[in-house]
Design a protein around this ligand. Structure first.
Ligand code: SF4
Length: 256
């Protein structure tokens, strides 16, 4: 039996960049559109558990007053909190972003580090934030995986995973490095528009012929599911790994 052809990432990136008008993903703009690494890091911490519109508003207010690590490190929590109030968990987030700024000054001469290992030692910085800094702050190939990327990678059928962390690990194995940088921005746009969490518009999707879910739906078959939760010895499913108890307002935000 002949091996299945490799997944056509180039066609996915070509068609999504055309659909969303982002220009050619091979051009330096999308590959190296380095933003301010400090603001990428802080903005991604603020984006935890909130909508993009809230993050954008709060980031604009915050950076108008505290645009860099020295100014944010010296700020009072009581002045930071109202600026980021819209993003939720603002007590915790204010402390995390100020502590991260202080550690940047104390341990890294005020410069945001350029390695995943160093970045993830900072308060509030988990794998997704570290990868966002690498990609959007420095143009270094990495794959930030949020819920959109996790969901779409599973629907495409290129991974079969239970968590964004596992998806990142698998994507690093199956996606050639040359496609890492444009992957997140294009899949996130797709997740916000056609490939939404509920009711994806597969009939309008330009990559449906490459997508395991789109192909299955067209041929009337059951679409692939994410990886099943492991069964316990008694045959029942183990608890969902991502299911958490509701947290009180102000409870510690998880690092992303
Ligand atoms: S075909 Fe459907 S499930 Fe697949 S990427 Fe497109 S919208 Fe998402």
């Amino acid at each position: 039996m002949s091996a299945a052809p490799p997944f056509d990432w180039e066609a996915v990136l070509d068609r999504l960049s055309e659909l969303y008008g982002t220009g050619d993903w091979r051009t330096p703009y999308l590959r190296d559109h380095a933003e301010n690494p400090f603001q990428v890091m802080i903005g991604t911490i603020l984006s935890q558990r909130t909508r993009d519109e809230n993050t954008d508003r709060a980031s604009a207010r915050l950076f108008a007053r505290y645009p860099d690590a020295p100014s944010l490190a010296a700020a009072r929590l009581s002045t930071i909190e109202p600026l980021i109030h819209d993003t939720g968990f603002y007590h915790t987030k204010a402390r995390l972003i100020r502590d991260a700024s202080r550690q940047l000054l104390g341990r890294f001469d005020g410069t945001v580090p350029r390695t995943f290992e160093e970045l993830t030692t900072l308060p509030g910085v988990g794998p997704k934030t570290a990868n966002c800094v690498l990609v959007f702050g420095y143009g270094i190939p990495a794959i930030p995986v949020d819920t959109h990327v996790h969901r779409i990678a599973n629907r495409l059928g290129v991974v079969r995973t239970k968590s964004p962390e596992e998806t990142e690990q698998r994507l690093r194995e199956v996606v050639p490095r040359e496609y890492w940088i444009p992957l997140n921005p294009l899949l996130v746009q797709h997740g916000q528009n056609l490939c939404r969490p509920i009711g994806p518009k597969c009939g309008e999707c330009p990559i449906a012929d490459l997508c395991a879910t789109g192909i299955a739906l067209r041929s009337g078959r059951e679409p692939p599911r994410r990886a099943d939760r492991p069964r316990r010895p008694d045959g029942r499913r183990s608890p969902r790994p991502n299911r958490r108890r509701p947290r009180r307002s102000g409870a510690p935000a998880r690092t992303v």
